[in-house]
Design a protein around this ligand. Structure first.
Ligand code: C2O
Ligand code: CU
Ligand code: CU
Length: 457
């Protein structure tokens, strides 16, 4: 197989889009106050049997007939309008991870909306202010719903061409399946009390150890998304070719070499520019020493181009550090190790002495912090546990400014991987009113206490 530019571009826009095409100039409706009626996507959640293990069926749940779900795309500054239809037998919602949007569109049950019942639909409509790699997933019964495959990429394209002629989205997920493709428990209390319950079959775009063809000699934008419940991937590339980091979790950074292992926690994303080696060469994409997939250089048309310039910054408000108020958030382990075989969702973790109860619909009525709209804050995140926690905030992006464990080049993100016993500082302008979830993205940590609400008013 060989690549032409037209195939790549067709690959980007050839999705099942209702109405106007993605990427066409006609979808610029900046300046309009209301989203035009209609929708860009009809997104159906439904059961889907997958062949993850050759010769066996896995009873997955899928968005848009795929797990990971169909890739949604929008252009920065425009509206994304998704009619979500629930054809599952259980209630659910969609949360748009990393997107700064109004609370009513955030997909948190009983905070943003009521769960979407089987057979019902819900219209999600919001503007996407920031370009980058994002994703979507339910916020209801998350261990099982994400575990069965309800996760998908959401790509927000820059307003102007970026200088990348080629790109690929690589969604990483580690399935909780056995050798016959049957699901294993998504959350086991003894594991939830430690690193979280790991799946056993790692995949890229739903395929175990795939070979992905890339155009030889070209620079390809690789969007790597960790859509897994639990796994932190220690990403590295082995082979010829050169990779540079262009964005972290949706936000551009000054391009720099990928270096050794990049720790991509659950929910996090990294955007690389990869200079693909000569045709016939292969690069292993690895998690530490373990190969996740193979990038294979295949003959391609087109002149070789240089490294694209840094991506344009997103319009995230710069926190006023000199006048910011400091707030402490301590992440603690409650200190009980459930016995083997214990099944009820135990309370294992807490933030500032409070454990979130996943079965109590009123938890969000008791925010652990109240922020004043428009004011700057520095959150001091203190991990008092032996495990790492990808700390995620809804509704706003924050700037990572310091850590006692590593050198930080400040950058904006929505998810920060807080290492064991690490103390880090992140800063933000509380510019989005609402009640926002603040949680660890290891799903069974979140469901056993490591979540809180932060109010901005
Ligand atoms: Cu991906 Cu509550 O988040
Ligand atoms: Cu989120
Ligand atoms: Cu955690």
């Amino acid at each position: 197989m060989s690549f032409t530019r037209r195939q790549i571009l067709a690959g980007l826009s050839g999705l099942a889009v209702v109405g106007l095409g993605v990427g066409g100039g006609a979808r610029y409706w900046l300046g309009r106050k209301e989203a035009p009626s209609g929708h860009d996507y009809e997104l159906i959640a439904a059961p889907l049997d997958l062949e993850l293990v050759p010769g066996h069926q896995t009873p997955a749940w899928a968005f848009g007939g795929a797990a990971p779900g169909m890739e949604l795309r929008a252009r920065q500054g425009e509206w994304l309008r998704v009619r979500f239809i629930n054809k599952l037998a259980v209630p659910t919602t969609i949360h748009w991870h990393g997107i700064r949007l109004p609370l009513e569109m955030d997909g948190v049950p009983y905070v943003s909306q009521l769960p979407v019942l089987p057979g019902e639909h819900f219209d999600y409509r919001f503007r996407v202010p920031d370009a980058g790699s994002y994703w979507y997933h339910p916020h209801v019964n998350s261990s099982e719903q994400l575990g069965r495959g309800l996760v998908g990429p959401l790509i927000v394209e820059e307003r102007e061409p970026t200088g990348f002629a080629h790109e690929r989205t690589l969604s990483l997920k580690n399935w909780h399946v056995d050798e016959q493709g049957g699901f294993l428990p998504f959350s086991v209390p003894r594991e939830a009390a430690r690193n979280g319950t790991l799946g056993r079959l790692s995949t890229i775009n739903g395929e175990a150890n795939p070979i992905l063809d890339l155009p030889a000699g070209q620079i390809v934008r690789l969007r790597l998304l960790n859509l897994d419940n639990t796994a932190t991937y220690r990403l590295n590339l082995k082979g010829l070719g050169e990779a540079r980091i262009y964005a972290l979790d949706g936000n551009p950074v000054e391009p720099r070499p990928l270096g050794e292992d990049y720790w991509l926690g659950p929910g996090m994303r990294i955007c690389l520019a990869l200079r693909v080696p000569a045709a016939g060469e292969e690069i292993a994409l690895r998690d530490g020493p373990v190969r996740l997939g193979t990038l294979r250089a295949v003959p391609a048309e087109g002149a070789t181009v240089g490294w694209p310039a840094a991506l344009p910054a997103n319009p995230v408000a710069e926190p006023d550090l000199a006048n910011a108020e400091k707030l402490n958030f301590n992440f603690e382990w409650v200190g009980t190790t459930p016995a083997a075989g214990e099944t009820a969702a135990p309370s294992l973790w807490q933030i500032n002495g409070v454990a979130w109860d996943i079965n109590d619909k009123t938890c969000a009525d008791r925010p652990i912090a109240r922020l004043k709209q428009g004011k700057s804050y520095i959150f001091e995140l203190k991990n008092m546990t032996q495990y790492q926690h990808p700390v995620h905030l809804h509704g706003m992006s924050f700037k990572v400014i310091a850590s006692n464990r590593r050198k930080i080049i400040p950058y904006f993100t929505d998810t920060f991987l807080l290492g064991r016993n690490e103390r880090a500082q992140v800063a933000l302008v509380a510019d989005n009113p609402g009640t926002w979830m603040f949680h660890c993205h290891v799903i069974d940590h979140m469901e056993t206490g490591l979540m809180a609400a932060i109010e901005v008013a």
